[in-house]
Write a protein that binds this ligand. Sequence first.
Ligand SMILES: [Fe+2]
Length: 291
Amino acid sequence: MLIAQITDTHVTSPGGSTCGGAVDSAARLAAAIEQLNGLTVAPDCLLITGDLADQGNADEYVHFAQLVAKVDIPVHLAIGNHDDPAAMRAHLDLPEPMPGGWLQYCVDDYPVRLIFLDSTSDVHHMGELCDERLTWLRDRLAEEPDRPTVISIHHPLFDTGIAFLDAAGTDWADGLVALLAEHDNVEMILSGHVHRSIQSVVGGVLANICPSTAQQTTLDLAASPSADALFVLEPAAFQIHRVGEGPVVTHTMPVGDFTGVIEVSEEARAGFATKDPAEMFAKRDHHSPSA
Ligand SMILES: [Fe+2]
């Protein structure tokens, strides 16, 4: 199946913006949705992995709901550290939370089981996963140990190499990583929070951070742990994950009007399809301008 992922939409109240006025996060989400709806093959569903709203207030969730109503495929939501669970629940269509109020739930409508975890805290913006939430996940994984499964969780489970983002550490996720190592049916972990496309492996599972549709984090591997988080106006982007059909594959799609620069003729396409490299390059040299 194909899973689309959008994250860290940071939608503001209508007319608002993020990054000191530099980013119209609602407009960027709207453009991402339009591009997603226009894909040649529609994904089976869209997961939005937290920080749906910028400040977590009611107006933002009403605005977010208006924007997301335009998505042509089913949408499933995770909670992020910028989100307010009560305001989310008041204005968005959410499944019942687990006992304790944490927004953890399963979706069993697809060939691949989707599990959503709540890594938020009542007192800080870092990742957190208490014994109650971890036990819930252990029980869910025990229910269907052989079924392909994808887990969504807002905070990533690994250090990224961008020091100021890694300062809080990942100790909070140790129990989850250990649990992943016990289950070979978990195909992928989908996260957000960092606002960049970054991948690693944790507990033997591919862990993916999707870029934001709002601002991206500057790629600065020399930044000090105490540096202020700095953002850069790279394009919004979303991802498409192929899961449950052999090796996991992820595509990253920048959002914008990017025109192709070389038209490929039918004859050239036939050349690309050949298994003889010499023949392929000969055809390309003949039909394409040199680059
Ligand atoms: Fe965020």
